[in-house]
Design a protein around this ligand. Sequence first.
Ligand SMILES: Nc1nc2c(ncn2[C@@H]2O[C@H](COP(=O)(O)OP(=O)(O)O)[C@@H](O)[C@H]2O)c(=O)[nH]1
Ligand SMILES: [Mg+2]
Length: 482
Amino acid sequence: MSGNAMSSYQEITEDGGTRTLLLVGRVGDGKSATGNSILGTKAFKSMHCSSGVTTACELHSTQLDGKILNVIDTPGLFDISRDPGFVIKELVRCFDLAKDGIHAVLLVLSVRTRFSREEQASVQCFLDLFESNLSDYMIVVFTGGDELEENDEILFQYLDCCPEPLKDVLKQCGNRQVLFDDKTLDPSKKAEQLRNLLIQVNLVMDLNGGKSYTAYLFKELKKLREMKHLEAEMAKECAARLEAEQNAEAALMNWENIKRLMSTRLDDGQTIDVIDTPGLVDFSGEPEDIGKEIVRCMELAKAGIHAVLLIGDYMVIVFTGGDELEDSDQSLDEYLGNDCPEPLKETIKLCDNRVVLFDNKTKDKQKKLDQLNEFRSLVSLVLEKNNGIPYTNALSKNYRYELKANSSLIGDSKPVVDESNEPIRKSYEEHLVRLTENVLEQWAIERAERISAEHKAKETRAKSEDAMRELRDHLERAERKF
Ligand SMILES: Nc1nc2c(ncn2[C@@H]2O[C@H](COP(=O)(O)OP(=O)(O)O)[C@@H](O)[C@H]2O)c(=O)[nH]1
Ligand SMILES: [Mg+2]
């Protein structure tokens, strides 16, 4: 480096500080080449390539008379097709690299390419990303000085005839501009153009009271703080919602069970448990769901089921709407005799005519008692018929048929399985094994589903914790800068 360039650097660094310059501009206009010209080394990769060689922000430094000069090169942050997230991320990285802030932003433009309204809009977009006026820190660096020279043109002539959008941008930057020939091998030319640039940097420093540009950091910090606060609020809300959902679900389950298994103690001290079910006879239901519901009923009826209020050997048919029949002056027998459809008649026959009419709306105590007593007498009939053995899953249909057919078992109050009934016992045991397997399988599936759901919830929680940690680190790093 020539003595000239060094002395001008000494002049502008009288305050003894490090200087950091940020190169911005379109891809291919010569940012990296200019960076190399400033550093006096080929630190940045620069070549004729439309897609841009620089893919991420890079910082290289040089020492001028013992003082550090940092140069940060950037990828094409002005490219409209760029994802705005990428531009922001790269800018945050730039400010991370520039530990003491940015002292001047060099907007690199090539005299070889036209500067249109679109380019002006890109520059404006870039400036708008910042809260305070970044253009106060901007110097326009024109590359291609050699080409101007070849055309016997000087920069002022070129600028005189340049398009309006470029004139506007220059004005915005206080007409601070320098010309670079990045191709020159002439040391005095190299030194002179660097000297001119450093004079402009000095002007920018004066203009900004010697302060580097750090406003963006403040903005970023503010944003991070807001985000951190927001994240914390969201996490709190999420946890509260999750807890409320779990409580509601538990309460609902509890209520469902209470609702579905109701017990009552009768005057004679007997207890009746009644289990309500969803529409299990509805053929549109999934067999799997119906199976699950039946398993649940069996779980609720720990002592087994003594009567099913609709179908078969254990069944009592309960007709509701007694009040409506009364309104139309009809008895249940009359109703069943006249309008009863054939399939219902068959079902009633299947249940040995165990039918009872209920008026669930009545307030008449005697009526309530009468219908309950009638119902109880039918339940007693069922108990008698089935030898007092409650219906449990273990009693397969086959087993019950065989039980009926085998007189030695009937008449006893509990299921007696003696040697002579070996085939029945076997069939019963086999059924029990199958049933146990089914129930265990069902529980295993439900357990696996629950574990997988819990695992997923844990994973989601871990992910959000990771994001929070990252955010916190970022914030702490930013805070340490001040
Ligand atoms: N003739 C001439 N070519 C230049 C000048 N500055 C840069 N270039 C060329 O322009 C092309 C793009 O330069 P580069 O530094 O990679 O641009 P970037 O994408 O902005 O970093 C390269 O082929 C450089 O050699 C210059 O002052 N004169
Ligand atoms: Mg580059």
